[in-house]
Design a protein around this ligand. Structure first.
Ligand SMILES: Cc1cc2nc3c(=O)[nH]c(=O)nc-3n(C[C@H](O)[C@H](O)[C@H](O)COP(=O)(O)O)c2cc1C
Length: 335
């Protein structure tokens, strides 16, 4: 029996719910082609950063390098060399145009920043270069001890409003889960113009190299346990906000995708698993997911989508408390 695994994300009709998220794999034409070949329904290009657009990258680079020489926590410089990841605004458009020429699946361009400003106009340039949608990654670690949560959140809203006003294509906003009231923040982002939310950004937490006495900014790839965070929030938000939901973090297997769809995800995104096992892993995940639905005689993904969400829970907060208490009391140790 065949299952209709098509889905809609940001108003785009997709052949299935597997999207390759922003990473070095989506920054090269050959790996983009491999991802499409393996069955990716859409791709998100690597981010172009606010800092790259706002300033002449070399002037900024020199400036920050100067600062790094006198600031001990900044050994190694603040602004990294971006070459080899993305190559700046001009080449970004070239990549976008070539990706559009070479692929048949939707190509989502990614902007990464934290403050409203002239740089957001670049979203329009991406639209004109053929992007099917924009993903705005708001990556901000709030370090200012005087900034309140309210001020920080308003900054997100202003940024989303700015980008929304400059484009006519769909807009997804990729956020972290760290708000005092994540659900309310999500609603406000949608009201400010987000057509979809990507749950979640992973904040990269640097380590310290004790031999070299240096900050070690290495990325730890996700593992399936990281799925729990988007799984919970997808289930909470499904049916409560008028936006597409994408899950990002910890999607490694077909079962991970199934869980997220049942919780209410419209699409699920993968990076770490693809970096670890290669682009062809996506085909395996797709097969596992489709088989799960087929074996249980679902006719479509839509049939299962959100069936395990909290949309029908009268009091999701009480539901969360109850589950929390239950998980504590049912834990059993061998000691
Ligand atoms: C090497 C690497 C580069 C990444 N680059 C970006 C980026 O440019 N923009 C972005 O929004 N996310 C970026 N991400 C985050 C991923 O898109 C994804 O959200 C995150 O890795 C969680 O998904 P995963 O568990 O499937 O890895 C990057 C992740 C990795 C590992």
């Amino acid at each position: 029996m065949t299952v209709d695994i098509t889905t809609k994300y940001l108003g785009l009709d997709l052949s299935n719910p597997l999207v390759a998220s922003s990473s070095p794999l989506t920054g090269k034409l050959n790996t983009l082609a491999q991802l499409e070949e393996a069955g990716a329904a859409a791709v998100v290009l690597p981010s172009l950063f606010e800092e790259q657009i706002e300033h002449d990258s070399w002037a900024v680079h020199d400036l920050y390098e100067y600062g790094s020489a006198i600031s001990p926590e900044a050994f190694g410089g603040y602004i990294p060399e971006m070459e080899g990841y993305n190559t700046g605004p001009d080449h970004y458009l070239e990549l976008l145009e070539k990706a559009k020429d070479n692929l048949t699946i939707p190509v989502i361009a990614s902007l990464n920043g934290m403050s409203p400003g002239g740089w957001t106009a670049y979203a329009k340039t991406m639209e004109e270069a053929g992007a099917d949608a924009i993903e705005l990654n708001v990556y901000r670690v709030a370090t200012d001890v005087n900034m309140t949560g309210g001020e920080l959140e308003q900054g997100y809203i202003d940024l989303v409003t700015d980008v929304r006003e400059s484009i006519n294509i769909p807009l997804a906003v990729k956020i972290s889960p760290y708000f005092s009231s994540t659900a309310s923040m999500c609603r406000r982002l949608v009201e400010a113009g987000a057509d979809g939310l990507v749950l979640f950004n992973r904040f990269y937490q640097p380590d310290i190299n004790l031999d070299e006495l240096k900050i070690k900014p290495d990325i730890v790839l996700s593992s399936p346990v990281n799925l729990r965070l988007p799984l919970r929030w997808t289930a909470i938000l499904r049916g409560r906000i008028e936006a597409s939901l994408a899950a990002s973090s910890g999607v490694h297997t077909g079962e991970d995708v199934v869980k997220l769809v049942l919780a209410g995800s419209d699409v699920t995104m993968m990076t770490s698993a693809l970096l670890k096992y290669g682009p062809s892993h996506l085909a395996t995940v797709l097969f596992e997911m489709e088989s799960w639905f087929a074996e249980r005689e679902y006719t479509s993904l839509e049939q299962g989508k959100g069936s395990l969400s909290q949309a029908s829970a009268a009091d999701p907060e009480a539901f969360e408390r109850t589950n929390y208490m239950r998980s504590l009391v049912t834990y059993s140790s061998r000691y």
